[in-house]
Design a protein around this ligand. Structure first.
Ligand SMILES: O=C(O)CCC(=O)C(=O)O
Length: 222
């Protein structure tokens, strides 16, 4: 993958609907943000709005290395739309069903970019994100089918069978991130290992995007 240039990053993203791995945090930052995320979770599997409610959440979502990569992809300035932490305990059945992020947001295909930042190593054995290359070109019907283990708030899942034969494991080391398109089909499996999996997700929108439900944050003003 030619991720070292903005053109390479965009070409890969346009072709697959995701890019990874991009190294963004130092070891010290991983230790700090992981401790903060664990504290905010307080034993839960998910928590959100951390960029609005905590200083560390805003700092992480505004991290220059992360924002620079997203702005290269967007080819212009972005704003922070949302943040989310997702944790899987060792040996936990928590999973994420196959879905497109657009299923639960009325946002255009070209407006939102997600960064999934690994605060622990994230591998096939502890339930890393999986994505289907090229699946971002078509929006698919979804149904809400929440169950106790699905980490998605409404259990959103694609209707019918998903052909996952070409799915890619987005394997990341702690401190690396992947970027994904709002329409890429993705999921993650339960944690079948003795180590936790912890990810901090930031959703960015292009500057100028109209949104009135909550404030959009300029990462350059943090
Ligand atoms: O963390 C996961 O396993 C899935 C995350 C996800 O669905 C997302 O960031 O859009």
């Amino acid at each position: 993958m030619l991720l070292s240039t903005a053109a390479g990053l965009r070409a890969q993203f346009d072709a697959d609907g995701f890019v990874f791995p991009l190294s963004v945090l130092t070891d010290g930052e991983v230790v700090r943000y992981r401790a903060e995320a664990e504290k905010a979770l307080d034993g839960a599997s998910t928590t959100h709005r951390l960029h609005l409610e905590t200083e560390w959440g805003r700092a992480l979502a505004s991290h220059p290395a992360i924002v620079e990569a997203v702005e290269e992809l967007a080819d212009g300035p972005v704003r922070i739309w949302g943040t989310l932490v997702l944790r899987k305990e060792p040996w936990s059945g928590s999973y994420v069903s196959w879905h497109q992020d657009s299923a639960y947001r009325t946002i255009g295909a070209d407006a939102l970019f997600s960064a999934w930042i690994a605060l622990t190593d994230s591998s096939a054995s502890n339930g890393c994100m999986r994505a289907i290359p090229g699946s971002h070109r078509r929006r698919l019907p979804h149904v809400n089918a929440a169950d106790g283990e699905n980490l998605l708030s409404h259990g959103q899942r694609i209707v019918g069978d998903v052909d996952a034969s070409h799915a890619v494991d987005l394997v990341l080391r702690a401190g690396e991130m992947s970027l994904h398109h709002i329409d890429v089909v993705h999921s993650s499996a339960p944690n079948r290992s003795e180590v936790p999996r912890l990810g901090f997700v930031v959703r960015y929108v292009r500057a100028g995007f109209e949104w009135s439900e909550w404030p959009l944050v300029d990462p350059h003003e943090s």
